[in-house]
Design a protein around this ligand. Structure first.
Ligand code: ADP
Ligand code: MG
Ligand code: ZN
Length: 501
């Protein structure tokens, strides 16, 4: 098969996503008061309602409605004043009442938009010029959201002895009804995405919004956020939609990206060979890095959808929507813009910090303690502290101050972080204890610089010929010669003075 970049010259990929998010932040299920838990022993959180016993009546969880309205407001959806719950009928043991309660044509949230930011390497995947790119190649693509609807999750099934978790090859299947009836929101996009990278970023940026709202832990690994990818291809310039396939089992950002890439290349190859694409559901096999047919869709599935007679039409008052709006916190995009404007952070760094609410909170607290060194705080947060480390905001603030005073180097800062990790020690004290403070003794530094220049005649000549980059090498030599005690910034200054004269 051809490479993706090659394929995308002739073909345009059209992608729409269906993203399920379980509202794990809630305490109870969607229509009963059973506890919501991923860790309790199987089938311990069940009752007549979520087991689908005849006659048991559902009671909607108000917290779940609040969460979906917040999700809708955060993605510019129109909140519907009246919407309905439907019954979607099917037979499978993961839903013992034989229908799933979900929403029909009118969902709580309709017609939204998420402005997708595409930067860096990923921005290069999109070869067409219908999109306005910035100088650095980045762009913003408005992705329309068709709807976000509320539904209940099905039970979790484990197919023992099967291949890739599929039932066909299993020797037996186990069911855990703890998940049955869990509150789930499904977001459906219009087919507005054009590359696998855009799809991946959409999922990532939506995840950041939902994390910031605090409605779910959004764990792809544990299945609280799940995605189906719909994809078709068409000749560039063609405005009709091609026949799509739907890919299931995309349980990581990488699977989502790689499965779409594979499927785009496969479809283009089939069409170039004169074949046709069947509308079907396909399964991503991560081990073989390919998609395979799961079931062919010849006719629309008939779920006998009708409004649930046990649940009245849902009227949302303006007061309720306003109440939800007041609970929507500052969202990642606004936070990012504020960091750029208020602290002068680089756009990319600001995005990275603003994307994760825990990191953002940590950064802001540390920045407040070191207002003179906010850019350095950001640098430490991004480059030095993986989430698992137990470093405090005060320690980061103190370290940032040391760095901006040139008292230590970045390499030393890493060491200091390791030394204070899990303790309440102040980095300033550690630096003094370890004798790390950098020599700012001008004479000592000058001697080192002269030594290095004397033995690096080659680089000195190159610098003279206009290759200014060799100064990096010379600074490195000075650092080595001073055994890391000299300050690289000062070395750089001194070297420049010498070389320019
Ligand atoms: P279905 O009835 O097969 O479920 P929908 O119209 O409900 O299809 O759309 C499901 C998802 O598929 C949406 O995200 C939508 O954007 C996407 N989609 C629809 N048609 C196409 C197409 N031709 N190519 C790619 N994606 C599509
Ligand atoms: Mg659909
Ligand atoms: Zn229950």
């Amino acid at each position: 098969m051809k490479k993706l970049a090659e394929v995308l010259k002739d073909w345009e990929a059209v992608i729409g996503l269906e993203i399920h998010t379980e509202l794990t932040a809630l305490n109870t299920k969607m229509f009963c008061d059973c506890k919501l838990s991923h860790t309790d022993p199987p089938n311990t959180n069940v009752c007549p309602v979520c087991l689908g016993m005849p006659g048991a009546l559902p009671v909607p969880n108000q917290k779940a409605i609040e969460a979906i309205v917040m999700a809708g407001l955060a993605t510019n959806c129109k909140i519907q004043p009246r919407s309905y719950f439907y019954r979607k009928h099917y037979f499978y043991p993961d839903m013992s009442k034989n229908f799933q309660t979900t929403q029909g044509p009118v969902a709580f949230c309709m017609y939204g938009r998420l402005d997708l930011e595409v930067r860096g390497q990923g921005a290069m995947e999109r070869p067409d010029f219908t999109i306005k790119k910035e100088v650095d190649g980045s762009y913003v693509a408005p992705i329309q959201i068709l709807r976000i609807h509320m539904e209940e999750d099905a039970a979790k099934m484990v197919h023992v002895g099967g291949v890739d978790g599929r039932i066909a090859s299993a020797s037996k299947s186990l069911i855990d009804y703890n998940r049955c009836g869990a509150p789930l929101i499904e977001l459906v996009t219009k087919p507005d995405l054009r590359t696998p990278e855009e799809a991946r970023l959409f999922m990532e940026q939506l995840r950041q919004v939902f994390l910031t709202l605090g409605i779910s832990d959004c764990s792809l690994e544990h299945g609280s956020m799940r995605c189906d990818g719909n994809v078709s291809v068409r000749r560039r310039g063609d405005h009709r939609l091609g026949t799509k396939t739907e890919i299931k089992n995309l349980n990581s950002f990488k699977s989502l990206h790689d499965a779409l890439e594979y499927e785009i290349r496969r479809q283009a190859e089939v069409l170039e060979g004169g074949g046709i694409i069947r509308q079907e559901t396909r399964h991503w096999e991560p081990s073989k890095r390919r998609t395979v047919t799961m079931r062919v869709k010849e006719t629309a599935d008939d779920y006998r959808m009708y409004p649930d007679p046990d649940l009245a039409p849902f009227d949302l008052s303006q007061a309720f929507v306003d109440y939800c709006r007041a609970r929507v916190p500052e969202l990642p995009a606004a936070k990012r813009d504020r960091y750029v404007a208020a602290y002068g952070l680089r756009h990319r760094d600001a995005s990275q910090i603003a994307g994760d609410p825990t990191t953002a909170q940590f950064f802001e607290n540390a920045a407040r303690l070191a207002p003179e060194s906010v850019a350095t705080v950001a640098n430490i947060v991004i480059n030095m502290i993986p989430a698992t480390e137990r470093v405090t905001e005060a320690q980061v603030a103190s370290l940032a101050t040391l760095l901006s005073q040139d008292a230590i180097t970045f390499a030393q800062a890493r060491e200091v972080l390791e030394l204070v990790d899990g303790t309440h020690k102040d980095p300033q004290t550690v630096v003094d204890e370890q004798g790390m403070r950098q020599s700012t003794d001008a004479n000592a530094l000058a001697t080192t610089v002269d030594e290095v220049l004397a033995r690096c005649a080659d680089q000195v000549r190159q610098y003279g010929e206009g290759n200014k980059k060799v100064i990096g090498y010379l600074v490195g030599q000075c650092m080595k010669a001073s055994k890391g005690t000299g300050n690289p910034k000062r070395f750089n200054q001194l070297l420049k003075e010498r070389l320019e004269n």
